[in-house]
Design a protein around this ligand. Structure first.
Ligand code: CTP
Ligand code: CA
Length: 224
């Protein structure tokens, strides 16, 4: 009995993980996207499931397979991702790893936008997307542990701390995506764990190792 508990310390816990990019449509055939692969978010969903958590993974469009032992909800747009995350509440754990597009196209065209030779193209008008992490971090049924990521190219720890406070998170894994380190879409990550009482530098490691270490930290935090 004790052994089982130690091996699956998150048994009976519910977790929500977001992963991948979002696609924001311009018209029926075009969209705005980013370079997120979903590897880190999917690895975290899998690691939490291995520790016994009941995981809902809300994933934007990715080419990698669904992790085993995880309920996967596939979405395209940030607003759909927000709705799927809120529908999965209440939960004990939320880890928001998705590279949510900061803006969507204000008025999506119903038909393919045609080019008119010789005419200047219409500018794209953008609208701000909902901040899913911030919504969850301040929600009436806020999970006990709310964790975000931050892709930064400079002032990694400072920017991470600012985001932690603004979004009501317990931890931010600040990810150095400057060209000298873990370029987005790669297999490895160099992160700093920014918490309420300090910052911890993690060595460069594989995304699976980042996931294992984060899942262990979550299990330890929820066991006290
Ligand atoms: N995030 C989110 N919803 C958004 C934007 C971001 O849930 N609309 C989450 C991401 O999943 C991540 C964290 O917020 O966990 C930080 O994302 P990031 O893009 O680094 O922060 P922003 O607040 O969007 O700031 P900026 O892009 O200007 O640095
Ligand atoms: Ca952003």
């Amino acid at each position: 009995r004790l052994l089982v508990r130690e091996e699956r310390p998150l048994a009976g816990r519910k977790a929500i993980v977001t992963s991948g990019p979002t696609h924001e449509p311009i018209d029926p055939v075009r969209y705005i996207a980013n370079r997120s692969s979903g590897k880190q978010g999917h690895a975290i969903a899998a690691a939490l499931a291995r520790l016994g958590a009941e995981v809902t993974l809300v994933s934007g469009p990715v080419t990698i397979p669904n992790p085993v032992g995880v309920r996967v909800v596939h979405v395209e747009r940030a607003e759909e991702m927000r709705d799927a995350v809120l529908a999965a509440l209440p939960a004990d754990i939320a880890v928001m790893v998705a590279a949510v597009a900061d803006w969507r196209v204000a008025a999506t065209a119903g038909n393919k936008i045609k080019k008119r030779p010789g005419e200047a193209p219409q500018p794209l008008l953008l609208a701000e997307n909902p901040d899913i992490l911030k919504t969850v971090g301040h929600h009436a049924s806020r999970p006990k542990l709310v964790i975000g990521f931050a892709a930064e190219t400079e002032n990694v720890a400072d920017n991470g701390r600012t985001k932690l406070e603004r979004k009501g998170a317990d931890y931010i894994l600040a990810n150095d995506v400057s060209p000298s380190t873990g370029i987005m879409g790669g297999e490895r990550n160099t992160v700093k764990l920014v918490g309420r009482d300090g910052t911890e530098d993690w060595p460069e490691m594989g995304k699976d190792e980042v996931a294992e270490r984060l899942a262990a930290l979550i299990a330890a935090r929820l066991s006290v």
